[in-house]
Write a new protein. Structure first.
Length: 82
C-alpha cells in the first residue's frame, strides 16, 4: 500500500514538473540567470537539472499533502497505532 501511495505522489509530480520546466524555459534563458544580483555562471544543463528537481520536489510535497488530507479519520488513526 505504501508503494502505491508513493507512486500516486511521485508520478503525477514528475509529469507536472516536466511540463512546468518546459513552460518556464520557453520564456526564460538559463544563461541570464542571476543569484543575488550576480550571474550564476552555471551551464544550461545544470540550471535545467536543478530547477527540474526543485519543481519535482515541490510538486511531490503538494501531492503528498493532498494524499494526506484525502485520508479518512479511520485511516489516520489506524496508521498512528502501528
Amino acid at each position: 500500500m505504501l508503494r502505491e501511495r508513493l507512486m500516486w505522489i511521485a508520478w503525477p509530480a514528475f509529469l507536472v514538473a516536466a511540463v512546468l520546466e518546459m513552460m518556464v524555459f520557453a520564456v526564460l534563458d538559463p544563461e541570464t540567470l542571476t543569484l543575488f544580483g550576480e550571474r550564476a555562471g552555471w551551464s544550461r544543463y545544470a540550471v535545467y537539472t536543478i530547477t527540474f528537481f526543485i519543481f519535482w520536489i515541490m510538486m511531490m510535497v503538494c501531492s503528498g499533502l493532498t494524499t494526506l488530507l484525502a485520508m479518512s479519520p479511520f485511516e489516520v488513526n489506524r496508521h498512528k497505532l502501528k
